[in-house]
Design a protein. Structure first.
Length: 445
């Protein structure tokens, strides 16, 4: 067992009963592995415990050599080194349920499923052929035409886009097969490895690695570029000022040269070695959704409205002009501010929010806010009425000297006595004259 994080051996599978293990294949979900062994068994390995839990039941092939899981993980094919039989295994029960019909060829040295799971290729070292299997019917439907590598073991690998198969043959060549035509279209030029034994293609489909038996080397082949895919963009939004670090995940991103946001190139582009993710910094752009375009030699890929630029929020400030405090509001440009609770101020009545400290226009809270805004509280003074006079004292109300009084204010000066006598005499004389007039009036009647 190899720890892929440290590339170090960490142990062996417990309870393994195989003798001379040939090929191993993992299920797509990674929970189990099948191992084909020389002693005519196919071991079932639990990858969580690294323990053999049993063997495939009912296996009828001879000396199992090659093994492969279908992409959906529901079945596996096991090929024989002694004959051309290919066992069909139900992976849910780890049981052989049948064999591939219509087989030609002398043996089944290597098996590879297409990425879409509709077909499988099987190489035969004894007669140098490559069979094509229909996985829906588990039947051989033909062979690859034009395959010229002749007798010898050949390893097979599909590109992720299902367009091409690479076949490495120990006679010293690596063939290129067009899947749509089921035909060899050429070989890798200037190949320097000796006895290429096995081939594997990177997940993004940009490179192939070939192990060479006789020289103990690994050759690297530049596979034809394929268009990248975009699976996710995270985060999906950022400010109009730019500067957001965005991660794009997908496939075949390795050779990406540029990422555009609304037609403007991003900055600081980096791509992980596997070609499954990249990071890029967004440029500045006006608010709104924009398309994200990944530029790549294999073809440009677009995520329509894949990123949204969001305008920075604006602030509405409330100046209460001496009243109780009102907190400012942060508002998305184009949205409306929320009317706050009316402030209070001693001796004043709140008259509303206005656009200026004095005068100005009353603010309508249905108005969209597009920039930082300050609103001012306007106030009306409260009128306090004068207190009513006291009936018991007759004291004049403060500030109203015309109010009648009940008594004369005492100033502290002597009042002249002769004035009183003159007044009294005047009153008596007036009364006498009135009586005399009344008497004359009665006499003349």
């Amino acid at each position: 067992m190899i720890d892929t994080a440290t590339n170090a051996s960490t142990g062996t599978v417990s309870g393994f009963t195989g003798n001379i293990a040939w090929q191993v294949a993992f299920s797509p979900d990674g929970t189990k592995a099948y191992v084909a062994s020389y002693n005519n068994i196919v071991s079932v390995i639990d990858t969580t415990t690294n323990t053999q839990t049993g063997t495939v039941s009912g296996y009828t092939g001879g000396r199992p050599y090659s093994v492969a899981f279908s992409p959906d993980g529901t079945k596996a094919y096991v090929g024989s080194q002694l004959n051309n039989s290919i066992a069909v295994i139900d992976t849910a029960t780890n049981t052989q349920t049948g064999t591939i019909g219509g087989r030609t060829g002398t043996d089944s040295s290597n098996i590879a499923f297409s990425p879409d799971g509709t077909k499988a290729y099987v190489s035969s070292s004894g007669d140098g052929t490559i069979a094509v299997i229909d996985t829906a019917t588990n039947t051989q439907t033909g062979t690859v035409t034009g395959y010229t590598q002749g007798v010898g073991y050949a390893s097979l690998a599909f590109t992720p886009d299902d367009s091409t198969v690479y076949a490495s043959c120990r006679n010293g060549t690596v063939s290129v097969i067009d899947v749509a035509q089921q035909k060899q279209t050429g070989t890798i030029a200037n190949y320097t490895g000796v006895s290429p034994d096995s081939v594997a293609i990177t997940p993004d489909g940009t490179k192939a690695y070939v192990a060479n038996v006789d020289t103990g080397t690994v050759s690297v082949i530049a596979v034809k570029a394929i268009a990248p895919t975009i699976n996710a963009i995270n985060p999906g939004s950022g400010p109009t000022t730019g500067g957001t670090a965005v991660t794009i995940t997908g496939t075949a991103l390795t050779d990406t040269t540029q990422v555009d946001f609304g037609g403007i190139p991003g900055a600081n582009l980096t791509v992980n070695p596997a070609g499954t993710s990249l990071t890029v910094t967004t440029p500045a752009h006006t608010a709104g959704p924009v398309s994200v375009v990944v530029l790549n030699p294999g073809g440009d890929t677009t995520s329509t409205n894949g990123f949204t630029y969001v305008a920075a929020p604006v602030t509405v400030t409330f100046n209460t002009q001496g009243g109780s405090a009102v907190a400012p509001e942060s508002v998305t440009p184009g949205q409306k501010a929320t009317k706050p609770t009316d402030p209070t101020r001693a001796g004043s009545t709140f008259d509303g929010w206005f656009t200026a400290a004095t005068s100005g226009s009353a603010w309508d809270f249905n108005t969209p806010v597009t920039a930082d805004t300050t609103l001012y509280a306007h106030w009306m003074a409260v009128s306090t009425p004068a207190p009513a006079p006291s009936p018991s004292t007759g004291t004049p109300a403060t500030g109203n000297p015309s109010t009648p009084t009940g008594t004369l204010a005492h100033t502290g000066s002597q009042f002249p006595l002769w004035v009183l006598w003159v007044a009294a005499g005047t009153i008596l004389l007036g009364g006498a004259l009135l009586s005399l007039r009344q008497l004359r009036s009665n006499t003349h009647k």
